[in-house]
Design a protein. Sequence first.
Length: 318
Amino acid sequence: MQIFSVSLMAPSVIAASATLQKPVDSDKAMEFAAKLHAPLSPNAKYKTKQQKRWGTIGFMIVIHCLTLIALLPKFWSFQGFAAMLILYWVTACLGVTLGYHRLLSHRAFAVPKWLERVFATCGALSCQHGPIDWVGLHRHHHTFSDTEADHHNSNKGFWWSHMGWMFQPIPAMNAVPRLSGDLNKDPYYRWLNKYFLVLQFPLGVMLYWIGELSGTNGWGVVLWGIFLRLVLVYHVTWLVNSATHCWGSVVYESGDSSRNNAWVAALTFGEGWHNNHHAFPNSARQGLHRGQIDLTWQHIRLLRALGLARKIRLPAAS
């Protein structure tokens, strides 16, 4: 079976692992996780974050309430809708799927350092943790996918894997410094990891200014461009943890319950081809089969055409 066209197999494209990758066996998962979660040296550059459970709950309540306010007719404007759509693409596609996920978490391709930092900053604007924490937690998920050690283990139900896990203590946070060692070395990523929430303030000022300058309600543009957009990006990202471990087709024996889900792929720029991804996690392309549209992969192809992407990893044809 030919799983993708090999027309891009040029010097800038390298084969990812040709064999399927699977998570740690469930009977060994907790033992291995205990080692990853062990205390760090006092001299470590990155200190494990202490989770503020009620802070997370309060934050989620506030932004969901502000999203409902944004939907009031008096806050509607074309400018606000356009701001939401543009920032949805910037944060969900360039930031999360391309930047945090395929570039930083899996090193599925490489770009110049300045551009890598741009994509990481777009990811930070999604308010889904800074790059060090996001990458560490994601690598932890792949290591223990759907075992007891997996922090959003889908075997615990849709609600748990979608967002319920965030409202409980997260032992996986203790493993982040070890799993994100490549990012810990970069002082910009350490700064971004600490201050990612602050980025929303200059963005809010800019959106308010655009709204007022264009003759509409500045606060409406802020509500649509920040709060409504954050909630949309949150939930479509979380659908990859929940829906694509519940519904869809299975092509590869990936060792977990990951599935390929077309409607999640449509919402997430190609991330819904999740069974493919768990089988070949370091592949830059996730839509491996005919008809599997992967918009993030098209962005990577464009970067390559511009001479900005190299070392693009793809599964070997089989």
